[in-house]
Write a protein that binds this ligand. Structure first.
Ligand code: PLP
Length: 476
């Protein structure tokens, strides 16, 4: 029998906090009948967000194509749903049960290229788009391609979505963290980037890429064009590939702020040397189709022989799942004005986006009112990354701690805090240490996804919990 000592040590090393010990405990409590509010993961449909009808209608016909030609179908489905399903069948006659090309179904890649062209006003090559089982698989493919082993390292934001740190650990590669600037709405800071890369080189690490998440998880930040130009110049100067995680591109809430893609900024800068991987997904935005595992990545500035290796890599997994490919197609080619489904589609889309926008404000502003808590009202994505303060127990002198000791001390404290929050209130959030944070600070990440009616009570419960937690620490 295999025992733990037979397990790949890189896997043991990999940490994935959003599904870690606190979530496991939440599940145990739920099994015992406790009501749990899962704010730990950006999984909208698990928090009662309804799927967009058009997507599910088309999918249902494709899963049972005989339905399309039954007279009853006309009574159940809008005409454009039936014609869209027929079009997909015609373009992909083998249906959802057959493998597709490794890079994905050709007409879907064409539709994605069209989507990027319309979004950014830039030329886009459909042959440099690869469909994936969610963005996660795209990120892992890019990292597999890039990392040659040894001391290769990738710059990743701190705080970051732990897919990056976990995958680097799994691949035995080096993580080069760069802190995001909390005092400047979590933008990237050139000096911090320079210091971090220089420091890594001194340690013998060979930096090969930089990952940027925009809009940010867990920060909720949306990067400015200036900031993105700085990042591109930095990548070029240091000969780094750029991994642009843009899965939250639809999730921008603050008036006057706009998502801009790295592809667009690179095009406008006429940048032809920095290799760019841009990732997108059906899991976020207003679709929230996490379970369908759809997404794609688009590549710019890559030698053809390198791209061939990437396609070979994809072919090892045969292809991404076909339902996910179809949902990706429907994401980039939604119903058009004038089509029968359009009004309902628009109503559902706007309804979800307006709710997310309102909830980001209610949650962000509510948490900011709690004494000892502070957060940026999320500009985008689906999270607030909340800084909180706790008193130190009697006899603890943090000034005597090294940076590492301080980090370990605060990681233990934010974990204990989040666990106590769960035990007492049923609210499941993720400790900041799961994403990384500046030593000497503590955070937790909460999603903005629970139904609006639950959000105000969530803020109230957090306030009560925090006040009592601090009070109890002071009497200990
Ligand atoms: C920044 C970021 N990238 C990638 C992913 C993975 O998404 P997918 O479901 O498309 O694999 C997530 C999921 O939460 C995310 O937050």
């Amino acid at each position: 029998m295999m025992t733990i000592k037979d397990v790949n040590p890189n896997l043991i090393q990999a940490q994935y906090a959003v599904r870690g010990k606190i979530t496991n405990r939440a599940q145990e409590l739920e099994d015992k009948g406790r009501k749990i509010i899962y704010c730990n993961i950006g999984n909208p449909q698990a928090l009662k967000q309804k799927p967009v009808t058009f997507i599910r209608q088309v999918l249902s016909l494709l899963e049972y194509p005989e339905l399309m030609d039954m007279p009853e179908a006309k009574k159940i489905y809008p005409a454009d749903v039936i014609s869209r399903a027929k079009l997909i069948m015609q373009k992909n006659p083998n249906g959802t049960g057959a493998y597709t090309m490794s890079s994905g179904i050709a007409f879907i890649r064409e539709a994605i290229a069209e989507f990027i062209k319309n979004r950014d006003g830039i030329p886009t090559d459909k042959n440099k788009i690869i469909l994936t089982d969610g963005a996660s698989k795209g990120v892992q493919a890019a990292l597999t391609l890039i990392l040659k082993g040894g001391n290769d390292g990738v710059m990743i934001p701190i705080p970051q979505y732990p897919l990056y740190s976990a995958t680097l650990a799994l691949y035995g590669a080096k993580q080069i963290g760069y802190f995001l600037d909390e005092s400047n709405s979590w933008q990237l800071n050139e000096k911090i980037l320079n210091d971090s890369i220089e420091d890594s080189k001194k340690k013998g690490i060979n930096p090969v890429a930089i990952a940027v998440i925009n809009p940010g998880n867990p920060t909720g930040a949306v990067l400015s064009k200036d900031n993105m130009e700085m990042i591109i110049r930095f990548a070029k100067k240091n000969n780094l590939s750029l991994l642009a995680d843009e899965v939250y591109q639809e999730n921008v809430y603050l008036d006057g702020i706009k998502f801009i893609s790295f592809a667009k900024v690179m095009h406008d800068m006429n940048e032809k040397e920095v290799t760019l991987f841009s990732f997108h997904s059906v899991s976020k935005g207003f679709l929230g189709e996490c379970g369908h595992r759809g997404g794609y990545f688009e590549i710019r500035n890559m030698a053809e022989e390198v791209f061939e290796q990437l396609i070979k890599l994809q072919s090892l997994g045969l292809c991404s799942n076909v339902d996910g490919q179809i949902v990706t197609y429907l994401m980039v080619a939604p119903p058009k004005p004038g089509e029968e489904s359009y009004e309902l589609y628009k109503k559902e889309r706007d309804g979800i986006m307006n709710e997310l926008k309102a909830k980001s404000r209610i949650l962000g502003e509510g948490l900011n009112e709690i004494n000892g808590m502070e957060c940026e009202v999320p500009h985008g994505a689906m999270y607030a990354f909340v800084k909180f303060e706790l008193p130190h127990k009697h006899g603890v002198d943090v000034s005597k701690m090294s940076v590492d000791e301080r980090y370990a001390y605060d990681s233990k404290r934010d974990f204990e805090y989040c666990l106590a929050l769960l035990e007492e209130t049923g609210i499941c959030v993720v400790p900041g240490s799961g994403f990384g944070q500046l030593p000497g600070t503590m955070h937790f990440r909460t999603t903005i996804l629970p139904p609006r009616a639950d959000i105000s009570s969530l803020v109230e419960q957090m306030k009560k919990f925090h006040t009592n937690y601090v009070k109890n620490m002071l009497v200990e």
